[in-house]
Design a protein around this ligand. Structure first.
Ligand code: SF4
Length: 452
């Protein structure tokens, strides 16, 4: 059977979508390969969040074109967010691409690849190529991301619970690439998670663009609890499932019912990724984020008061249009006050057809870079100090497998989502146990399993 290679750009949602596409291709008899040199079909699952990610994928497609010289049958395609945002226009940028499939049509990729390969045979390599472009909307597409490649060796899995976003933050292209919010049913998600647990998965991360606002348009509140809280409670009851995480939430979705979960549900891990974006109220308003610096900080304090030791990480954008030195200093101050465990800092990247792209006072790249470096120093120092403070303590980890940096060692994650590398044996993979932390680096903890 023909072989396929998929390269994924961007976030965990994209990783999850690629996994689903692979499952569908394998179900049709295709063979997945690890190198593009071995593939008959190469698909790029793209990201649109920053211009750099789009340029990388377009550049990559340009390079792939050269492979056609020796392999004229090669099928090349774009999937995902950039495909959705640019559609047909991508064929002008990359006239050699055969396939452009948007975010609501992942379930049709295998069928389109079939068609393209068939056409290749029928054309007997003559020059006429007919690309396929499908970036339409599809009702129910949120329920098509449900198959996993978990094979009994995988201790953790991502579960996509919703698609899309209705928030329309001024800088964000996601509402355009992923459409409006659509949640899967609680029953469907519980069923999928149950299947994963039967295959040996012990930790799930629930995925959604604004995951904690899951189901707000489709499902009722019950006893004052949001659909997201109802879902977490249902998953918490599953025997064999030991850990629950979610990403990425929106600060406005943290009502008391969700905060209370951190007090009541021990399987909910002590880590929240809480995108801040800016510490200036003026910029938050321009961004249309719906909270203030003060309400954000109060939420951080509330979470810390509810679950001792909870880790909080964040996303920050520097250089949003109109961001003055004073605005930036407010962000800096808030980051120091919030004492984040870690943060992703992004230089603002203009995305077309967003409100921010049309704003005057775009900030120079030099200023963005200076603010980025300055904030990085603060975040890194804090992260390092937090990791160093773990030395000498015992921490529970779930062992996920070989360390990515040293295949002779194992690695796992603490409840607070910190990576721990240690020497151990293969039978510990998939197990939850304590590790005595002996030292730390700037991003990793090291330790020895506690033998009782
Ligand atoms: S909530 Fe997140 S995904 Fe939705 S528009 Fe804002 S930044 Fe984008």
């Amino acid at each position: 059977m023909p072989s396929v290679y998929i390269k994924t750009y961007g976030c965990q949602m994209n990783e999850r979508d690629s996994e689903q596409v692979m499952q569908m291709l394998v179900a049709k008899g295709y063979r997945m390969v690890e190198r593009e040199a071995d593939a008959d079909v190469i698909l790029l699952n793209t990201c649109s969040v920053r211009d750099m990610a789009e340029q990388k994928a377009i550049g990559k497609m340009g390079m792939l074109r050269k492979l056609r010289k020796n392999r004229p049958h090669l099928v090349l395609g774009y999937l995902g967010c950039m495909a959705q945002a640019r559609g047909n226009e991508l064929l002008q940028t990359s006239p050699h691409a055969d396939l452009v499939v948007g975010t609501q049509k992942f379930h049709r990729v295998a069928e389109y690849v079939d068609q393209l390969l068939l056409r290749r045979q029928e054309m007997r390599m003559d020059n006429e190529r007919l690309p396929i472009v499908d970036v339409g909307e599809e009702t129910g597409s949120q329920s098509t991301i449900r198959d996993h490649s978990a094979d009994g060796h995988q201790a953790t899995a991502f579960v996509s619970i919703m698609q899309g976003c209705n928030m329309h933050c001024a800088f964000c292209i996601v509402p355009r690439t992923r459409g409006s919010e659509r949640g899967r049913s609680i029953e469907e998600i519980v069923e999928e998670t149950q299947t994963l647990v039967h295959r040996g998965v012990r930790e799930v991360t629930l995925l959604g663009q604004i995951v904690n606002l899951y189901g707000r348009h489709e499902f009722e509140k019950k006893d004052g609890k949001s659909p997201f809280v109802q879902l977490i409670e249902r998953l918490h009851e599953l025997e064999g499932l030991e850990r629950i995480r979610f990403t990425s939430p929106h600060p406005i979705g943290f009502r008391n019912d969700l905060i209370e979960c951190f007090a009541q549900l021990p399987k909910l891990m002590e880590h929240v990724h809480l995108p801040l974006q800016s510490g200036s109220d003026r910029i938050l308003k321009l961004m249309r984020r719906g909270y203030t610096a003060d309400s954000y900080l109060k939420l951080v304090e509330k979470l810390r008061a509810t679950r001792a030791g909870i880790a909080i990480t964040t996303d920050v954008i520097v250089g949003f249009p109109g961001e003055t030195e004073e605005d930036y200093l407010a962000t800096r101050e808030l980051c120091q006050a919030a004492s984040f465990d870690n943060a992703f800092i992004f230089r603002y990247s203009s995305r077309r057809d967003t409100l921010a792209a049309a704003m005057e006072e775009q900030i120079s790249e030099d200023t963005k870079e200076a603010r980025n470096q300055d904030l990085l120093r603060i975040i890194n120092a804090n992260c390092e100090a937090k990791l160093a403070a773990c030395a000498g303590t015992r921490m529970e980890i779930l062992c996920e497998g070989a360390s990515k940096t040293n295949a002779n060692r194992l690695s796992g994650r603490t409840r607070t989502n910190k990576i721990v590398v240690f020497e151990g044996s293969e039978r510990q993979i998939g197990q939850i146990f304590e590790v005595l932390i002996t030292r730390s680096s700037s991003s990793t903890l090291y330790g020895d399993p506690v033998v009782l």
